[in-house]
Structure formats: structure tokens, C-alpha cells
Design a protein around this ligand. Structure first.
Ligand SMILES: Cc1cc2nc3c(=O)[nH]c(=O)nc-3n(C[C@H](O)[C@H](O)[C@H](O)COP(=O)(O)O)c2cc1C
Ligand code: SF4
Length: 520
């Protein structure tokens, strides 16, 4: 009997949402009915979401892709010779040659969709644990230095140098230190953290163990938003398997060093992603922002020194250790080193994950990768960096995607989430939504955010209703100024970014003359 043909059907939430389980079941049943021998592997997603469910078949020439596959396509796919990569309307050719994928620079996402996420053998075969093994031969200060030398900056939004944070925790004297992973991922259009947890969970575990070795922490927590049940399940299973295999626990890889890891389910609020509110939530309290200082690196979880990093920050670390900091640092521009997994979402034809070195332009992402809008209409505005990010008009799409260039233009890269709107978008309505979002999600600790956002909604309503419009615009700018400078955290402090960018770039949507754009 000939060997079973390997057929890959993703188990990522994005694929499950469009029927991947049903496709897998249909393939299994139809192959059995025809006496065909197949082995279905539930891989992670390649991040080509418009092609989900993306089915791949292992052929001697490489993996061949078909998508988007629905359960009812299965008989015709098998008729067409799916198992040997045969021609079919859904045939996409060799997966690695699909332009959306071929043009990327996948470092952190290099295993994404390639492996069975929970297979330790798959992970090990593709450079898994190489960073951890390298780290085990080094002292904490040397690991920290390598992370510093890589130029890695926090991928959660604030872009703070990861190595400096680790250095502070390393230097802190304490009986117990912690590693906390921020997997709250509340940003609109953002899903890279989820993909890592569902599609390559051992990479996150490895990055966190390395952080523990670097700073002398023996316990870690992954704070995952409750809306990610699949990620929570996969992470729990991966932690159990990694512990059984000796990569976690009291004696990591036989080194005599301890590191244990637990998942904590988030409390369902955007502000719980703010690092100090996350600490409160991890401690079982209401997610309210803490005043700084003290920094979490000095007094964090349960009052102990704590490294807090985003999923993508930890995920970049194994490669830095296995290939050396210079390898990572060689990607990128200016002070933005390495790659960022950009996430294309909203009204976009080809939505998905694009990992590229910093420095490309938004236009390249929107057009070359995204293929323009899904509606076929012109793109009007693009919100980069989550709900607190600015709206960018076409005149700004050629800026290099790097932290400093964006800051200079009054925008942020944040976590790399990109939400596209076509020319039917009403920017005054979106500005109102930004204020309303802040009012709903505010933790309530400080007045500019708690009260300011509610007043902001009212002021925008008056502008839209043409009640003393000019005067209300002045009031809105004044209010935004107060929120920017008087808020305790970036929730209230950055809500003016979407509001003012909408007002400044699209004054006509607020019933103002174009000349109003010149008055920011
Ligand atoms: C309102 C608000 C929400 C945030 N949400 C997240 C989040 O979901 N995930 C995240 O990693 N960082 C989030 N941050 C940023 C964190 O406070 C913090 O900077 C980050 O977790 C640090 O990790 P990094 O240095 O690896 O980026 C948020 C910040 C604010 C103000
Ligand atoms: S800005 Fe908003 S979310 Fe942040 S501390 Fe103040 S009230 Fe809380």
C-alpha cells in the first residue's frame, strides 16, 4: 500500500471561522469513500485569510495550495487530482510561491502554517529550542546584552527597548521575579498574537523561558483575552507538553534552572491590555491603571520585579539567541530594527499577515499585498496601530513604516494592526466612535479620560449637527489637548490621535471647509 498523502487543513481561528473543521471532515470522509489514503495534518494558518480554508497537499515538488475551499468543493478537488497537486479552479500553485507569501521576510512567522503547532518534533526540526539551548550556555547579563544588541523594541505598542526593560529586572534584588506576557490583543484589526499562540505556541514559550533565564525569574504568566478560546486551549496544551518534555518545570533541559508557566484568562476590557491594569487583573483585581513610578520592572506582579512584554516581543527572542543579535538587527531602518508582522484588516481584498522588515511603505502593504479594497472602491482612510492610532490619508502612505517616521507625522505603528476604509466612510462618525470607545473602555481613574471622552462624544455630535460648529471645533481641539497632556495612560492620552487626524485630514466630513485642515 502506498504511503498516505499529507493534506494540511489549518486549525487557526480564522480558518475555523470559515469552516476548516467541516473541510477536514469532508476530506476524511470522501477520501475514505474512494479508498484513498490520506493523513490530515491540522497546521497553523499561513495568514492568507482571503484564501481560507487554505488546503495544502504535500507533493514531491513542494506543498501545493488550494483555496478558499468549502466542504462542497471536496469531491471536485479529489476528482481533479488534489492529492497529486492537480489543476482546479481553486488551485493556487506552490504555497511558497504565492506572491503574498513569497514577498515577505518571515522571521518570527517562519514556521507559521508550516508545522502542526502542537508537534514538538515539528518545532524541533525547524530550529525550535535552539535559542533556549544557546541561552542556557550564557549568564543572564550576556543574554540581556544580546537582546539589547538586536535592537528589539516592544511590539505591544510603546516600542520601548526590550533589552533595557530586562536589564532593569535583572538588576533588581528580589526573592521572586516574574515574566508576564501581554496577550490581551485588544487592538482593532490585530491578530498576530493570536496566530503565534495558535500556530506556533512553543516559540512564545521558548521566548518566555529565555526571559526568565536572563533576569532570574522562575514563574511566568500568559494573560490571554477571554475572546481567544482557541489560543487559550492551544497554549494550555503546549505548556503541558513542553513541561512533560522538560522544556518547562523545575529543571529546564536538565540545567537545574526552574521556569514554570501558566495561562490566565483576561477580564474582557481593552484597558486590561495596559500593562499595569493587566497586573491588577492578574492579581485578581479590577483592571484599573496603576500610577508609575514604581515601574513594573521594579515593583510589578504582587509587588515583585516583573518583565512585561507583548507576545511578538517574546516571539522574536529565540531567533535573536539562535542566530545572533546582528542577524536580527540587519533587518529594518533607523532605530526600528528587525521585522514587524503587519496585520491587514478591514475593507481589504487580500487581508492577512505580512511580516516585513521596517521601512516599507503603507502603500506597498495596501496595494502590493492587500490588492486594494474588498469593495473595489477607492481607499479613503487607513487606521494604523489600533483604536488609538491615527487615520492616514493617501498623502501619508509613502512614509516608511518605522517608529520615528510615524511619530514625526503624528501617527503610530503600535502593534502593526492596519484597518482600511473605502470612500464611503464617514470620518466624523469614526471620530465620534473613537471618543465613545474611550468612554466605554476607560478605567475611570483619571478625569481627562473618564469625563473628557463623554464630553468629546457630545461635542462631536454638536459639530455633526451643525450647532455652533466653528466654536465646537475649537472646543474639541482644546479638549483633545487636555486629554493628551492630562491623562494618566495612553488610553485617554492617545484617543485624540484618531479624532484629530480625522478632523485635520477630512474636514469636509465634519461640515468644514477644506481650509480647516490647515488649522491643527
Ligand atoms: C489602553 C491600552 C491597551 C493596551 N493593550 C495592549 C495589548 O493588548 N497588548 C500589548 O502587548 N500591549 C498593550 N498595551 C501596551 C502595554 O501597556 C505595554 O506597553 C506592553 O505590554 C509592553 O510590552 P512590549 O514592551 O513588549 O511592547 C496597551 C496600552 C494601553 C494604554
Ligand atoms: S487615561 Fe483612562 S484608562 Fe488611563 S488611567 Fe486615565 S481613566 Fe484610566
Amino acid at each position: 500500500m502506498s504511503a498516505a498523502v499529507r493534506v494540511f487543513v489549518p486549525r487557526d481561528s480564522a480558518a475555523l471561522a470559515v469552516g476548516a473543521d467541516e473541510v477536514a471532515a469532508a476530506l476524511q470522509a470522501e477520501a475514505a469513500r474512494r479508498g484513498l489514503s490520506i493523513e490530515i495534518v491540522r497546521n497553523g494558518s499561513r495568514g492568507l485569510f482571503w484564501l481560507e480554508t487554505l488546503v495544502e497537499v504535500a507533493t514531491p515538488a513542494g506543498r501545493v495550495a488550494y483555496g478558499p475551499v468549502m466542504p462542497e468543493d471536496v469531491p471536485s478537488l479529489l476528482d481533479a487530482g488534489l492529492l497529486s497537486g492537480g489543476a482546479h479552479p481553486l488551485h493556487q500553485g506552490l504555497t511558497e510561491a504565492i506572491p503574498f507569501l513569497a514577498r515577505q521576510e518571515r522571521l518570527s512567522f517562519r514556521r507559521m502554517g508550516v508545522t502542526d503547532p502542537l508537534s514538538l518534533a515539528d518545532y524541533e526540526a525547524l530550529e525550535g529550542w535552539a535559542g533556549l539551548r544557546a541561552a542556557l550556555a550564557l549568564d543572564g547579563a550576556t543574554i540581556v546584552q544580546q537582546v539589547l544588541d538586536s535592537g528589539l523594541r516592544g511590539r505591544g505598542g510603546a516600542a520601548f527597548p526590550t533589552g533595557i526593560k530586562w536589564k532593569t529586572v535583572l538588576a533588581a534584588e528580589a526573592s521572586q521575579k516574574y515574566i508576564a506576557c501581554n496577550a490581551d490583543e485588544g487592538d482593532s484589526g490585530s491578530y498576530a498574537d493570536r496566530m503565534v499562540m495558535e500556530g506556533d505556541p512553543y516559540m512564545l514559550i521558548e521566548g518566555m523561558v529565555i526571559a526568565g533565564l536572563a533576569v532570574g525569574a522562575t514563574r511566568g504568566y500568559v494573560y490571554i483575552r477571554s475572546e481567544y478560546p482557541q489560543a487559550i486551549a492551544v497554549m494550555n496544551e503546549a505548556i503541558a507538553r513542553a513541561t512533560a518534555a522538560g522544556f518547562l518545570g523545575e529543571n529546564v533541559c536538565g540545567s537545574g534552572r526552574a521556569f514554570t508557566l501558566e495561562v490566565r484568562k483576561g477580564a474582557g476590557s481593552y484597558v486590561c491590555g495596559e500593562e499595569t491594569a493587566m497586573l491588577e487583573s492578574l492579581e485578581g483585581k479590577r483592571g484599573v491603571v496603576r500610577a508609575k513610578p514604581p515601574l513594573p520592572a521594579i515593583e510589578g506582579l504582587f509587588g515583585k520585579p516583573t518583565v512585561i512584554n507583548n507576545v511578538l516581543s517574546f516571539a522574536a527572542v529565540p531567533l535573536v539567541l539562535s542566530r545572533g543579535p546582528a542577524f536580527y538587527r540587519d533587518y529594518g531602518v533607523g532605530r526600528s530594527r528587525g521585522t514587524l508582522p503587519f496585520q491587514l484588516a478591514g475593507n481589504i481584498k487580500q487581508g492577512g499577515l505580512v511580516e516585513k522588515a521596517f521601512g516599507l511603505s503603507l502603500r506597498e502593504l495596501l496595494i502590493d499585498f492587500g490588492g486594494g479594497t474588498a469593495s473595489g472602491r477607492p481607499i479613503k482612510a487607513v487606521q494604523v496601530g489600533g483604536p488609538l492610532g491615527s487615520y492616514l490619508p493617501e498623502s501619508q502612505w509613502d512614509l516608511p513604516l518605522d517608529y520615528e517616521a510615524y511619530a514625526a507625522a503624528g501617527a503610530v505603528l503600535g502593534h502593526g494592526g492596519i484597518v482600511v476604509h473605502d470612500d464611503t466612510a464617514d470620518m466624523a462618525k469614526l471620530a465620534r466612535y473613537a471618543m465613545e470607545f474611550c468612554a466605554i473602555e476607560s478605567c475611570g481613574k483619571c478625569t481627562p479620560c473618564r469625563i473628557g471622552s463623554t464630553r468629546g462624544v457630545e461635542v462631536i455630535d454638536r459639530i455633526r449637527g451643525n450647532q455652533n460648529r466653528e466654536q465646537q471645533v475649537t472646543l474639541l481641539r482644546d479638549l483633545c489637548d487636555t486629554m493628551t497632556h492630562g491623562s494618566l495612560c495612553a488610553m485617554g492620552g492617545m484617543t485624540p490621535f484618531p479624532v484629530l487626524s480625522a478632523l485635520n485630514h477630512y474636514p469636509q466630513d465634519f461640515g468644514l471647509a477644506e481650509s480647516e485642515a490647515a488649522k491643527p
